[in-house]
Design a protein around this ligand. Structure first.
Ligand code: HGY
Ligand code: MN
Ligand code: MN
Length: 413
């Protein structure tokens, strides 16, 4: 019979609020871009906290951190609870943080109760989940899963030209462990939903079935800088105008594949960005997502046709490349069942769902049985400094995470 180990909601909340100061913003969010001084602050804090619990910490060559608590049987591969501590530039307090700190709370509870699991239990902090500073997203869990090489990750540059490896070295978190060498037998990831479904249905827990497919592109449009006063409209090669028309078409493509398709342009650079120069060049990014990879392909084909249809008649040239393709993912049925048992034990309302957002779990599912647990966030708002999730919702997620891990562990004994 599994013990009734109850997490400490206030302690979890206090850790969430305490670490929110690392990169905290005036609007109550967090700006903690990966491999910055703020990321180092929260990593240093995390290492101190897990070492207090008697964990051993190993760090791999792209900065993924593994904090392992011993179990009865050292021959059993660890059961992992992972997520990320990096944030968007205008991120919230809970995206990623709840997954790592919820796992910390679960581990603190095991220690409080002196409970010995069969397998070792570990917490994982995956480097650069957000993909905001260094594209693509989930970069280091992708290296761990063999999707990218360490060299590919090292060479990724932010928009200031700083390379991933330089930044990793600058905060002292380039570990010695070969990426992928540190094995675990399962991973559970707790995360906020980042969308409105759970809140709209007044459900507390999302029992995840998988993650939708995602593709990212980069486009450079080239026209001609010219004088806004002296250049007649019919002679212009206005890269920004062409880009604006493409952006509108991207929105239309997503709406043509409603209700699940989404299409966004989030990053745009306009050059020379001077009020009296017709812009000669733009750089912008596209983010397409859909649960069905075949529909994603149709969206991509339409997008590429639109570039030619719109830009060529405007005498604009362009360079387009797909920089990321993360196919739709299905999670492991055994782990999903452990989450269901964990939810039943805790007695929370719940519903099955697929994640709209990307997560490290999407890549880790390629190399180990993986699943996720969601809790609501207010108004479904995330990637926003106003991101908000209540103490009770955070506690519910951490409790289900602990219950699911103990359910899985009990099947090993
Ligand atoms: O892009 C995503 O879905 C994740 O937040 N990195
Ligand atoms: Mn996240
Ligand atoms: Mn995010």
């Amino acid at each position: 019979m599994l013990p009734n180990l109850t997490i400490n909601p206030q302690r979890l909340w206090d850790s969430l609020m305490q670490t929110a100061q690392f990169g905290g913003t005036a609007k109550g969010g967090i700006k903690r871009l990966t491999l910055t001084a703020e990321d180092k602050q929260v990593r240093d804090w995390f290492v101190r906290e897990v070492e207090k619990l008697g964990c051993t910490v190993t760090i791999d060559e792209v900065g993924n951190m593994f904090a392992t608590r011993p179990g009865k049987n050292p021959n059993l591969s660890p059961i992992a609870m992972g997520s990320h501590l990096d944030t968007q530039p205008t991120g919230g307090k809970f995206d990623g943080n709840l997954g790592v700190l919820g796992a910390l709370e679960a581990m603190r509870t095991l220690n409080d109760m002196g409970y010995e699991t069969n397998a070792p239990i570990e917490i994982v902090d995956w480097t650069n989940e957000e993909g905001s500073r260094f594209a693509p997203a989930m970069l280091a869990s992708g290296v761990y899963a063999g999707v990218f090489t360490p060299e590919y990750a090292y060479a990724r540059e932010d928009r200031q030209g700083v390379k991933f490896l330089e930044a990793l070295d600058s905060i002292g978190y380039k570990g010695k462990d070969k990426v992928g060498a540190h094995k675990f037998q399962a991973m559970f990831e707790l995360h906020i939903e980042q969308g409105p479904i759970l809140e709209n249905e007044a459900k507390v827990i999302g029992v995840l079935q998988g993650v939708q497919g995602m593709r990212w592109y980069e486009v450079t449009v080239s026209g001609q800088d010219s004088h806004t006063g002296a250049t007649p409209m019919y002679l212009r090669k206005d890269a920004l105008l062409g880009t604006a028309r493409v952006i509108d078409r991207i929105d239309a493509i997503a709406k043509e594949h409603a209700p699940y398709a989404v299409g966004s342009v989030g990053l745009i650079e306009n050059r020379p960005n001077s009020r009296n120069v017709v812009p000669g060049e733009t750089f912008f990014t596209i983010d397409f997502r859909h649960p069905d990879d075949a529909v994603l392909q149709v969206m991509e084909d339409k997008f590429r046709a639109a570039l030619a249809d719109i830009l060529t008649p405007m005498r604009l040239s362009y360079d387009e490349k797909r920089i990321w393709d993360s196919p739709a993912v299905k999670f492991d049925p055994v782990l999903i069942d452990c989450v269901r048992k964990g939810v039943e034990k805790a007695g929370f309302s719940n519903r099955d769902m697929v994640s709209g957002a990307g997560h490290d779990a999407a890549y880790i599912a390629r190399v180990a049985p993986t699943t996720m647990i969601f809790v609501p966030c207010a108004g479904g708002i995330s990637h926003n400094e106003a991101e908000s999730t209540s103490l009770d919702e955070c506690a519910a997620g951490a409790q289900v995470l602990l219950n699911a891990v103990l359910e899985y562990d009990s099947r090993l004994g």
